[in-house]
Design a protein around this ligand. Structure first.
Ligand code: UT7
Length: 326
């Protein structure tokens, strides 16, 4: 009998400090950087983001989201036999944030734990990898997390990027099942666009060489994103044999409301079918899709049996999608 993976539970966590656009604009003004709530809302749909306290790491945010997902799935930590964390803001250069999370969850069964680095597509990549491992029989209960503290890598003198991002974590528990589950996935990267969205610095000889803060050519990313999100959605739907009309919900990467609505239009999906959390979360990179999924599941919007299309796009350039029957 064919083996599938199903999402058995979701979780999400935002650090308590909510920073509104007005609060951020006032803070930036003190540094001589000019922005406004009006500009940010009109261009992005963002009203606020959450920033973690200085001593809080990605694994701490991941721990909260993971515990919620485990509770929702009715799964004990020691039943987990695979942990994948998608992050571009890991606790350390190494070991992985997934290994640190395993320890914080008190899991002592020796399960595999590793990070996936695909920036804002990270959770889509991580979920596709976990699904493949479950289908192959190498895991039965996987914990897949997207967790970020992007506030650490923001350049607060660059108004074109620092108003966009926030911190948070989202998680799912994926379980082996005789019925689907994850119906299809589609992953891509194009390394020729490395420079469009990157943190170019690296550690060498005990120092950081190069710039350790986020750089983005927003307009170029915007144009690429809209095209690839439509393509990957069609590829995933074709693999699954599901039509656009049969999609109940689109849960896109939460970077910009204009990108999300434009993608929905190209897929002939009405705005009511798009889960939007960017207003309150900002862009939380790899955490954005699982956080949005969790919000919609907990609000009772996404219901069992519905078809949910998840999409990610970001640095690399990377992009991808997954179709999930909840
Ligand atoms: O997560 C990975 C994927 N990332 C994305 O998907 C992000 C994709 N890109 C975007 O979402 C948009 O390109 C941005 C939100 C980053 C920028 O929006 P835009 O409509 O492309 O604005 P723009 O870059 O064309 O800038 C328009 C104007 C410029 O002024 P001039 O040259 O027209 O005088 C900017 O200097 O807005 C100015 N500007 C700002 N003004 C106030 C840029 N940032 C700000 C700001 N506040 N924070």
């Amino acid at each position: 009998m064919r083996r599938y993976s199903r999402i058995a539970g979701t979780g999400g966590y935002l650090p308590p400090r909510r920073v509104s656009n007005d609060e951020l604009a006032a803070e930036l003004a003190r540094r001589g950087v000019e922005t406004s709530d009006t500009w940010i809302v009109e261009r992005t749909g963002i009203h606020a983001r959450h920033f973690a306290a200085p001593d809080v790491a990605s694994s701490d945010l991941a721990l909260h989201a993971a515990r919620q997902a485990l509770d929702a799935a009715g799964t004990a930590p020691d039943e987990i036999d695979l942990i994948i964390v998608a992050t571009s803001t890991p606790d350390m250069v190494f070991p992985s944030t997934a290994a640190i999370l395993q320890h914080k969850l008190g899991i002592t069964n020796g399960c595999a734990a590793f990070d996936v680095q695909a920036v804002c597509s990270g959770f889509i990549y991580a979920l596709a990898v976990a699904d493949a491992m479950v289908q192959a029989g190498s895991a039965r209960s996987a914990l897949v997390v997207g967790s970020e503290v992007f506030s650490r890598i923001l350049d607060f003198s660059d108004r074109t990027t620092c108003v966009l991002f926030g911190d948070g974590a989202g998680a799912v528990v994926l379980k082996a099942s005789e019925t689907p589950g994850i119906l299809a996935s589609d992953l891509h990267a194009d390394g020729q666009h490395v420079g469009l969205l990157c943190v170019p610095g690296h550690v060498s000889g005990g120092a950081i060489l190069g710039d350790p803060l986020l750089k983005m050519d927003g307009q170029a990313v915007f144009k690429l994103a809209v095209g690839v999100l439509e393509k990957t959605a069609h590829a995933t739907l074709a693999k699954a044999g599901v039509t656009e009309a049969e999609v109940d919900w689109l849960v896109p990467h939460q970077a910009n409301i204009r990108i999300m609505l434009s993608t929905a239009r190209r897929l002939h999906l009405p705005p009511e079918k798009v889960v939007v959390t960017v207003a309150e979360h900002g862009n939380t990179s790899a955490a954005s899709v699982p956080l949005a999924l969790d919000v919609a599941v907990r609000a009772g919007q996404i219901k069992p049996g519905q078809n949910v299309l998840l999409e990610g796009v970001g640095g690399g350039f990377t992009w991808g999608s997954l179709l999930v029957k909840m």
